[in-house]
Design a protein around this ligand. Structure first.
Ligand code: UDP
Ligand code: MG
Length: 310
C-alpha cells in the first residue's frame, strides 16, 4: 500500500443513493481537487441500491476515467453501510469521504489532508452555516449529541471527512446491521479534529432522509451505541417508586389524622394506569435492546456487493 518515497495516496469514497444527475459534475470537481494535491488517488463510488440510473452513470464514469472504481450494493443498506463497503475497498493510505450531492466543497480536500499531516487521525469538514430545514437541523443536532456521548469526544461531525485508512483495521471484523462510521473510527483513535467549510444548498433533488427516516435513525443511534435509554428506564422506575411511597405516606397520615380514607375509584384508576404506563415504557425500552441483540444473533450482513467495476 505505501511506498517510502511517495506521499500517501488518497482514496475518495462516495456513497450514492439515487444521485445519478450530480455524479459527472462530482467526478469532474474531485478530479480537479485531487490533481491539485499532486498525490496518487482513486475515487470509489458506491451505489447503495439506487432505483434511478446511478449504476449506468457509474459504469460510464468508470470507463471514462482510470481513477474511478465502482461498487454496486445488492440493495439499499444506508449511507454508513455503503461507506463501510467503500472504505474496506480503499487502496490508498488516506481515505476521504464526501456526499454525492455536491453540498460540500470538494476543493477543500487539501485542507483536510494538511490537518492529517499535522498528526490528527480523523478530520471533519464541518459546515459553519447550515442551509437545511429546521427539522433536519434538529435531528442532526440530536444525532451529534448522541454521537459525542457514544464516542467520548467533543468534535463536530460531518460526512465530509478524511482519515488514515489503517484505522479500518480496528473494525475489520465489525458485522452489525447498524453502522456509524464515526463510532467505528472512535474505536481506534481519539485524535479527532474539525475544520470549517461552507456548505451550499442542494442544487437539485432533495435529501434522501425523510423526517420519518431521520427519527428512526436517531432511535437506532440511541440504542445501537449507547445504553442511555436503559438508564432512563431505571430512573423512571425509581421516580415512580418514590412517588408510590409518598402516596402511601399521604394515605396513612390522612387516615391517622382525620380517620377518613382517600375517596376511591377515580384515584385508584388513574394511579394504576400511570404505573402500568411506566412499566410498559420500561419494558418497551428493554425490548428495543432485546431486538438489537436478536438482530446480532441473526447476523444479517452489513452490506452485500453485487457488482464491481472495473
Ligand atoms: N446515501 C446513501 N444511502 C442512503 C441514503 C443516502 O448512500 O440510503 C448517500 C447519499 O447519496 C449522499 C449521502 O448519503 O451521498 C448523504 O445523503 P443526503 O445528501 O441525501 O443527506 P443529507 O444531505 O440530508 O445529509
Ligand atoms: Mg446532502
Amino acid at each position: 500500500m505505501s511506498s517510502p518515497e511517495l506521499p500517501p495516496g488518497l482514496s475518495v469514497v462516495v456513497p450514492v443513493y439515487n444521485g445519478a444527475s450530480a455524479l459527472p459534475e462530482l467526478v469532474r470537481r474531485l478530479q480537479a481537487a485531487l490533481d491539485a494535491t499532486q498525490r496518487r488517488y482513486e475515487v470509489v463510488l458506491v451505489d447503495d441500491g439506487s432505483t434511478d440510473d446511478t449504476w449506468a452513470t457509474m459504469s460510464a464514469l468508470t470507463g471514462e476515467h482510470v481513477f474511478v472504481r465502482s461498487l454496486r450494493l445488492a440493495r439499499n443498506y444506508g449511507q454508513h453501510n455503503a461507506l463501510l463497503a467503500g472504505i474496506r475497498s480503499a487502496r490508498h493510505d488516506v481515505t476521504v469521504t464526501i456526499d454525492a450531492d455536491l453540498q460540500y466543497p470538494s476543493d477543500r480536500i487539501p485542507q483536510l489532508i494538511a490537518k492529517l499531516d499535522e498528526g490528527w487521525d480523523v478530520v471533519y469538514a464541518t459546515a459553519g452555516r447550515r442551509t437545511e430545514g429546521v427539522l433536519r437541523r434538529l435531528a442532526s443536532w440530536f444525532a451529534r449529541r448522541l454521537l459525542r456521548r457514544a464516542m467520548g469526544t467533543a468534535v463536530t461531525f460531518s460526512s465530509f471527512r478524511a482519515f488514515r485508512t489503517q484505522l479500518r483495521n480496528g473494525f475489520a471484523t465489525f458485522g452489525g446491521r447498524y453502522v456509524s462510521i464515526d463510532v467505528l473510527l472512535s474505536w481506534t483513535t481519539t485524535r479527532f479534529t474539525a475544520v470549517e467549510v461552507e456548505q451550499t444548498a442542494r442544487s437539485e433533488g432533495r435529501s434522501s432522509y425523510s423526517p420519518r427516516r431521520l427519527a428512526s435513525l436517531a432511535l437506532t443511534m440511541l440504542t445501537a451505541f449507547t445504553t442511555l435509554p436503559l438508564r432512563l428506564a431505571s430512573l423512571v422506575g425509581f421516580a415512580f417508586t418514590l412517588f408510590g411511597f409518598a402516596l402511601l405516606l399521604f394515605v396513612l397520615v390522612r387516615f391517622a389524622v382525620s380517620g377518613s380514607e382517600v375517596p376511591g375509584f377515580a384515584f385508584l384508576a388513574s394511579i394504576i394506569s400511570i404505573f402500568a404506563g411506566a412499566q410498559l415504557f420500561a419494558l418497551g425500552i428493554i425490548g428495543e435492546y432485546l431486538a438489537r441483540v436478536h438482530m446480532r444473533v441473526l447476523d444479517p450482513p452489513t452490506y452485500s456487493v453485487r457488482e464491481e467495476l472495473p
